[in-house]
Design a protein around this ligand. Structure first.
Ligand SMILES: [Zn+2]
Ligand SMILES: [Zn+2]
Length: 435
């Protein structure tokens, strides 16, 4: 019996090896297409829950490959199912599709010129987080797997997700909404994989076992004063002075008020809005920012500290201060299943020989992939997209000083994308052998 098993497993090994060899062949014709899709999506970026064009492009492509497609999930989300010719688990792969309200400054020939209105402001729209690369990579993976589906063990569930950066307030969206709309019940995946491009050396694949990315919560503080003439401040209540005090005190939460020795935390102010004219003390002012944590108890402490500060400033200035947390939703900590990381790291190593890095440092960025990996074991890894040679002297998994995600200068180097296609494909091919 053991002998038969041995023969069987070495047989599947050869089958996989065959598929990996044919992937290497196929990449010569596949990668130019992936790069062309990426450029097209980059030039036509769309904000969260508005990814109509991108979603249509994905749908058309998957249907052309004979893949079963469900569209309109959580507004613009797509799920495709590749049914393998052999029995096995359903493996989910996820790509996010949304862009950011950032004005592109890369000067690339396919740079975005798109503008829109966001939170009342006229803004540029840019794939500043590189989700254009994620979509194109997964379209490429889908093409290879669909063409070879008779050899596949089990099914591959392709998730093209809207609004990873957060949906417009009051709309809901993203991974959470796709789950609420029942995609895991309908397709029953056993495991999920995803990747994110970032400013680490070209073609490096990096993973962190366990808690890998922070929980994120947006907060909003509204300060209500009493409007008056700028020349007679004593006849009103100045919300701007109160706002200045608030910002100063908010910056003492992490540095002075909580113990972060074992638990990193970040509190940032990202928006301040008040006033219309030099000589009017306005009625109202508003602050928004983000809180990043890895520990729910510490997060609660930070919320309490902010409440206390707000109460104190209100008392001291005579303003009314309202604090809201988890505005537009909350992102849990992204956890990489340790057993999965241990068993599947070999696939990542093979996908980019000599350029795999297992990190032990979590990052304070956040990901709503966390909602998926709360439900089933998940593995989320980084793909380095620096220009070849850039940042090579750094530790492979560490961010380099090349402009990174959310920068208007963030550039994804096309030459790294094949490592992404390979990594996701290898994970799909190897997983049924390891579990
Ligand atoms: Zn982002
Ligand atoms: Zn992102």
């Amino acid at each position: 019996m053991r002998k038969i098993l041995l023969i069987l497993s070495s047989f599947t090994f050869y089958l996989n090896a065959d598929l990996k060899v044919s992937l290497d062949q196929e990449l010569k014709t596949l990668m130019p297409k992936v790069i062309e899709w990426r450029h097209d999506i980059h030039e036509h970026p769309e904000l969260g829950n508005r990814e109509f064009r991108t979603s249509n492009k994905v749908k058309t492509h998957l249907e052309s490959l004979g893949i079963k497609v469900e569209s309109g999930i959580a507004y613009t989300g797509i799920v495709g199912l590749i049914e393998g010719g052999k029995p096995g688990p359903t493996i989910a792969l996820r790509a996010d599709m949304d862009a950011l309200p950032v004005e592109e400054k890369t000067g690339l020939p396919f740079a975005s010129k798109v503008r829109t209105t966001y939170l009342g402001n006229d803004v540029g729209v840019m794939h500043a987080c590189g989700h254009d690369a994620h979509v194109a990579i997964l379209m490429g993976v889908a093409e290879f797997l669909a063409k070879n589906k008779s050899e596949l063990k089990g099914n591959v569930m392709l998730i093209f997700q809207p609004a990873e950066e957060g949906p417009p307030e009051d709309e809901g969206g993203g991974a959470k909404m796709m789950l609420e709309e029942g995609i895991f019940e309908r397709y029953d995946p056993e495991v999920i994989f995803g990747l994110h491009v970032t400013n680490i050396p070209n073609g490096v694949l990096s993973v962190k076992s366990g808690p890998a990315m922070a929980a994120a919560s947006a907060y909003r503080i509204t300060i209500e004063g009493q409007q008056t003439h700028g020349s007679t401040p004593w006849s009103g209540i100045d919300p701007i002075m109160a706002t200045a005090q608030l910002i100063e005190s908010l910056n003492t939460v992490v540095s002075r008020r909580i113990n972060i020795i074992n638990n990193p935390a970040v509190l940032s102010v990202g928006m301040v809005k008040a006033g219309t004219r030099n000589n009017i003390i306005p009625e109202e002012s508003m602050i928004m920012g983000t809180i990043r944590t890895f520990d729910p108890v510490l997060r609660k402490e930070i919320y309490d500290e902010i409440e206390q500060i707000a109460e104190g400033v209100a008392k001291g200035t005579g303003t009314k201060v309202k604090v809201e947390f988890d505005v537009g939703g909350f992102y849990p900590v992204t956890v990489n299943n340790p057993e999965l990381v241990e068993k599947m790291s070999g696939s990542l190593k093979a996908a980019s020989p000599g350029r795999f890095y297992e990190s032990n440092i979590p990052v304070t960025g956040a990901e709503d992939f966390s909602y998926f990996s709360q439900e089933i074991p998940g593995l989320y890894f980084w793909l380095g997209v620096n220009k070849p040679g850039e940042g090579e002297s750094t530790n492979f998994g560490e961010r380099t000083d090349v402009p990174g995600n959310h920068s208007p200068y963030f550039i994804v180097d096309d030459s790294a994308l094949d490592k992404g296609v390979k990594a996701l494909t290898y994970l799909v091919l190897d997983y049924p052998e390891k579990y």
